[in-house]
Write a protein that binds this ligand. Structure first.
Ligand code: TYM
Length: 359
């Protein structure tokens, strides 16, 4: 049976304050996956404008996120790095998929409810249909794997539902045009699919990095307290000081993972250490079980500075040359466009639109 070629797609919003959660939950995973997959990495500026953005900050942020990808070890020559708005097919496919997604599905999206807050009537329509644009991002490349943090799980489930409904709604047209790939249905049979059902890759000890000030809240770009997160642009002193000030409980570290239950701050710091050191929580506790937080925080600060300070320095060097970054994005966009256009041409044919051949 034919299968879809394996491809990774993922994205980060250019909304300022790229932090340790983005780095450990997403970017480091991407760096690992580069060796095994063809990868497409996107700075999702169309997603960023679903909430108000200062235009100058947005431009700066697009370049800064690109610099973070490169400084972390993403290879923009072997893979594709670009910003979403340069490939018009994202918005175009999102429109078609808006007509596939159901309002009932969208109403279940928890991130919309969180972001829209109490005054939902005042939220942008873009914020509401944000997950459909995300589905379009992934499906424009017919990506099979999507490495993300835990918070994106629901959005990717929606992307799978959208892909599946499109495949079902248009099965006859997909077959008539010979554009389908036979896929197992799970009930022992097969069905024709134009889009693969993208698989979320959410693994490792840091899929949900929490705030350093409150272990029950996610580390986030928008937290008003800068001490709640380690920014990728923080220097060594700032990193060490934030870790020193991180909230903890008074007990020493447990020697078993089970002992982290009900201790969200301890669990978070152990998870961060594990991810930075390529270890599991068990391995970290084998070394630091029964240690006082003062000792553990010192080791964690050293580990974090060793990994992050060179990235911050490289980002600083890269953003000093915006033209070079723009050239990387333009090159990535040109290559992304070729793939996304082919997908979009197929979508138009399947849906029954008339298009200029070889446009
Ligand atoms: P964004 O920009 O909020 O976050 C980028 C990536 O970082 C992960 N992440 C975290 N991981 C662990 N702990 C945290 N505290 C933490 N905070 C963020 C996110 O899960 C994400 O992987 N909607 C997406 C961007 C996007 C996208 C896509 C992703 C747009 N289109 C298509 C994958 C595929 C977002 O807002 O990520």
């Amino acid at each position: 049976m034919a299968s879809f070629p394996q491809r990774v797609f993922s994205g980060v919003q250019p909304t300022g304050n790229l932090h340790l959660g983005n780095y450990l939950g997403a970017i480091t995973r991407w760096v690992e996956l580069q060796a095994r997959y063809d990868c497409v990495f996107c700075v999702v500026d169309l997603h960023a404008i679903t909430v108000p953005q200062d235009p100058q900050d947005l431009t700066r942020s697009i370049r800064e996120v690109t610099a973070a990808f490169l400084a972390s070890g993403i290879d923009a020559k072997r893979h594709i790095v670009f910003n979403q708005s340069q490939v018009a097919e994202h918005a175009e496919l999102a429109w078609v998929l808006n007509c596939t997604a159901r309002i009932g599905w969208m109403n279940r999206m928890t991130q919309f409810k969180e972001k829209a807050g109490k005054d939902r009537e005042q939220a942008s329509v873009g914020l509401y249909s944000y997950p459909v644009l995300m589905a379009a991002d992934v499906l424009a490349y017919r990506a099979t794997h999507v490495p993300v943090g835990e918070d994106q799980k629901q959005h990717l489930e929606l992307a799978r539902d959208v892909a599946q409904k499109f495949n079902q709604d248009f099965t006859a047209s997909i077959a008539a045009r010979g554009l389908g790939v036979e896929q197992p249905t799970g009930e022992g049979g097969t069905a024709l699919a134009y889009f693969p059902l993208p698989e979320p890759l959410i693994h490792g000890p840091a899929t949900r990095v929490m705030s350093l000030r409150d272990g029950t809240k996610k580390m986030s770009k928008s937290d008003p307290s800068d001490n709640s997160r380690i920014n990728l642009t923080d220097d060594a002193d700032a990193i060490a000081s934030k870790i020193r000030k991180a909230r903890t409980d008074p007990d020493p570290l447990p020697s078993e993972v089970a002992g982290l239950a009900g201790r969200p701050e301890a669990d978070n710091l152990v998870g961060i250490f594990a991810a930075l050191n390529g270890q599991t929580r068990e391995e970290v506790l084998a070394d630091y079980g029964n240690a006082q937080f003062s000792t553990f925080k010192g080791a964690l600060a050293d580990r974090a500075v060793a990994t992050l300070a060179p990235i911050a320095a490289e980002m600083k060097r890269l953003v000093a040359d915006p033209q070079a970054i723009d050239a990387v994005l333009a090159d990535g966009a040109a290559r992304a466009r070729v793939i996304a256009r082919e997908t979009m041409d197929g979508v138009k044919d399947i849906v029954g639109m008339v298009r200029t051949p070889g446009r």
